[in-house]
Design a protein around this ligand. Structure first.
Ligand SMILES: *Cc1c(COP(=O)(O)O)cnc(C)c1O
Length: 363
């Protein structure tokens, strides 16, 4: 058995009770199972503050990227044009998706430490009327920045375009009023802030836009519309990750007992603020400024001339019970620490003590 906690942005540390749910082999045709799927779909709508009259949830096999690829390729199709706003690797992945599917798209890049500017989006939409869809990431896990999807959503809706949001690492851990913010498709996955295990993603879809996806998909297995139609009674179109679904249902139950989205937001924010303030005391500065730093994951600079590598630091910390994450921003030397999952202030303090010990060995 491996005994360390994950300070990563997902998969993350889950409860023992969530893991125990996976000790059952469940039949996919069974009514009980179909009801679990339906229950999950309903609860996700509640977390999103939307009504089943206006929105639905489609579950999709595969990791988060499968969900993003499904939503983008099924809604933009062969006739639309997608504007991608990117300030990190996950925004850039949307370009990769569009390229592979042969979609008509345009990408607007922003520096990794800066949120996409709604004024720039408004200008592009005004000068390029071909654009039908706009996509962006909410919590850019690359850096930890929390993008302002509310302001961009206003601009997108004012121009009458479809708004697609990758809220993979924020949904459930940052409150998102999906309808109020003009979101038509929102994607997240089982192994992020709801604290399940990896195996499927989910797409919260505005029904009126989902209806328009009929016959548009460029892939069979990622056809969002067909997946939705097939799921009407809770049965999945193709084999579903049964163990993962059971674990996810349990994770939602535990999240509701804990106080739902508001309680989870509070917990992550407290963890994150504590982590940053304690790391700063040790001389580690953050890559993202305080105003835009999100509560999920933090990118830290190495102190100047520190003389150690990520691997040395990682191994030292792992031996003492925690796994951290390498940096992903391209222009600076950084590493990342996530604070979502079954992580508590005592874990942060323990990590800080490990850092103190590590730094002492380097003096
Ligand atoms: C985790 C994540 C994804 C999905 O990555 P997978 O490896 O496919 O699970 C997409 N976008 C963001 C912002 C993420 O944090």
């Amino acid at each position: 058995m491996i005994h360390y906690k994950l300070l990563t942005p997902g998969p993350l540390t889950t409860t023992d009770t969530v893991k125990q749910e996976m000790m059952v082999d469940h039949c996919t045709w069974d009514d009980d199972y179909k009801q679990i799927t339906q229950k999950i779909r309903g609860e996700l709508l509640e977390f999103a503050h939307v009504s089943p009259k206006e929105y639905t949830v489609v579950l999709m096999q595969g990791s988060g990227t499968f969900g993003v690829e499904s939503a983008i390729t099924s809604s933009v199709g062969r006739d639309g044009k997608l504007l991608i706003l990117a300030n990190g690797a996950y925004g850039e992945r949307m370009e990769d998706i569009a390229k592979h599917a042969g979609l008509n798209y345009r990408i607007q890049n922003f520096p990794y430490y800066q949120v996409p500017d709604p004024a720039v989006v408004a200008q592009i939409l005004a000068e390029d009327p071909e654009i039908t869809h706009v996509s962006m990431v909410h919590s850019e896990t690359t850096s930890g920045i929390l993008n302002d999807i509310e302001s961009v959503g206003k601009v997108v809706k004012a121009a009458g375009k479809v708004f697609i949001v990758d809220a993979m690492s924020s949904f459930g851990g940052v409150d998102i009023p999906v309808a109020d913010w003009g979101i038509d498709f929102l994607i997240s996955s089982a192994n992020k802030c709801i604290q399940g295990v990896p195996g499927f993603s989910f797409i919260i879809c505005r029904l009126s836009e989902l209806e328009k996806c009929k016959g548009k998909a460029v892939s069979l297995s990622l056809d969002l519309y067909d997946q939705w139609k097939g799921m009407y009674d809770g049965k999945w179109r193709f084999t579903s990750p049964t163990h993962v679904v059971l674990a996810f249902s349990k994770a939602i139950e535990e999240m509701k007992e804990e106080g739902g989205v508001p309680a989870r937001c509070r917990k992550y924010e407290e963890n994150n603020k504590l982590l940053i303030s304690e790391m700063k005391k040790l001389g580690f500065e953050t890559y993202i400024d305080e105003e835009h730093q999100g509560p999920i994951i933090t990118t830290f600079f190495y102190p100047e001339n520190c003389g150690y590598t990520f691997k040395e630091m990682y191994e030292f910390i792992k031996e003492r019970g925690y796994a951290i994450y390498p940096g992903k921003v391209t222009e600076a030397d950084t590493f990342r620490i996530g604070n979502i999952g079954e992580i508590y202030p005592e874990d942060i303090y323990k990590l800080i003590d490990i850092y103190k010990e590590f730094l002492a060995t380097r003096e």
